[in-house]
Design a protein around this ligand. Structure first.
Ligand code: DLZ
Length: 158
């Protein structure tokens, strides 16, 4: 798995703009909240480390990852927001729910990127277990929230 080889909190500084004047929307799923709140902490820390101001970061929550696409669209349609970050964690269960939600949110986030012509970042974990999720939410494989924030910045520096 790629993230066992690459720490999610390690990144190059190529195309990394300073975020002082940039505005971000972050939409966070409440499902698996221990994980998604850690993803949010990582994204916020990383944005602020690169100059983002608290007043320029707009955070909204949605019930589950399935709702991330619409939440991301509501943020993306605001003209002053430069980039949106969608954070969620879908854990493989005993039913096919995992497949439907994962596919739906990946497709939905892609559509919002293209519809609004601005970066909408897929910060969604799709692990088999809670342990794997925690490993990627500030654990031994870093934090996907950091990666999502860096991806937003790099796309704005494109
Ligand atoms: C229903 C459901 C299930 C089974 N698992 C997850 C999950 O692991 N992660 C997640 O973010 N959301 C899950 N949900 C909730 C759905 O995303 C969605 O909120 C509901 O199906 C209502 O539309």
């Amino acid at each position: 798995m790629a993230t066992t080889l690459k720490n999610l909190s390690t990144y190059s500084t190529r195309n990394l703009p300073t975020a002082t004047e940039l505005k971000f929307g972050i939409v966070v799923a409440e499902w698996n909240e221990d994980v998604t709140s850690a993803l949010l902490d990582g994204a916020l820390d990383t944005l602020k480390k690169h100059g983002a101001q608290t007043k320029n970061i707009f955070i909204k929550t949605v019930p589950g990852s399935f709702e991330l696409s619409l939440g991301a669209q509501w943020l993306a349609q605001e003209p002053e927001i430069d980039a949106v970050i969608a954070l969620g964690c879908i854990i493989q269960g005993e039913t096919r729910h995992f497949d439907f939600i994962s596919q739906a949110v990946a497709d939905g986030i892609t559509q919002v990127n293209l519809k609004y012509n601005k970066p909408v970042i897929f910060g969604v974990l799709t692990p088999d277990t809670l342990e794997q999720a925690l490993d990627r939410a500030g654990g031994k494989h870093g934090n996907k929230g950091d990666e999502a924030a860096i991806t937003a910045l790099k796309m704005l520096g494109f």
